[in-house]
Design a protein. Structure first.
Length: 121
């Protein structure tokens, strides 16, 4: 990844570990399908705690600027389709969206925030 890479962490706090794992894998597939050919994208399921036996319940998305809009749009579409409450954070812990309100995430404003610019300019 480049210096302009972003890291998003998507978790599913309202789901049990097995359900969260399934949600993370499904969202991973959704993001990858929405972003074919983006070589600035890496989407992986991670464990919250290493000592657990689950396969992982958090999705970590590393992406470059070209994939931002597609990734945020894919996450929003997935939430609208499945209705799961999610929490989306940046590397520094800034919460971009939490709970059911994540379904109403403003794609342009979120992309602008991640780029460090304003949505209207």
């Amino acid at each position: 990844m480049t210096a302009t890479s972003q890291r998003l962490v998507v978790s599913f706090p309202a789901l049990n570990p097995a359900e969260a794992n399934r949600a993370a894998i499904d969202l991973q597939e959704t993001i990858l399908a929405a972003c074919p050919g983006h070589d600035t994208l890496d989407v992986q399921v991670h464990k919250d705690r290493e000592r657990t036996m689950d396969a992982g319940s958090t999705l970590v998305v590393l992406l470059g600027t070209p994939a931002l809009t597609a990734v945020i749009g894919a996450i929003r579409s997935w939430i609208l389709k499945y209705g799961n409450s999610v929490e989306i954070k940046t590397t520094d812990g800034t919460v971009l969206a939490r709970g059911d309100a994540a379904a109403k995430i403003d794609i342009a404003a979120t992309v602008a925030a991640l780029r460090g610019t304003r949505a209207d300019g």
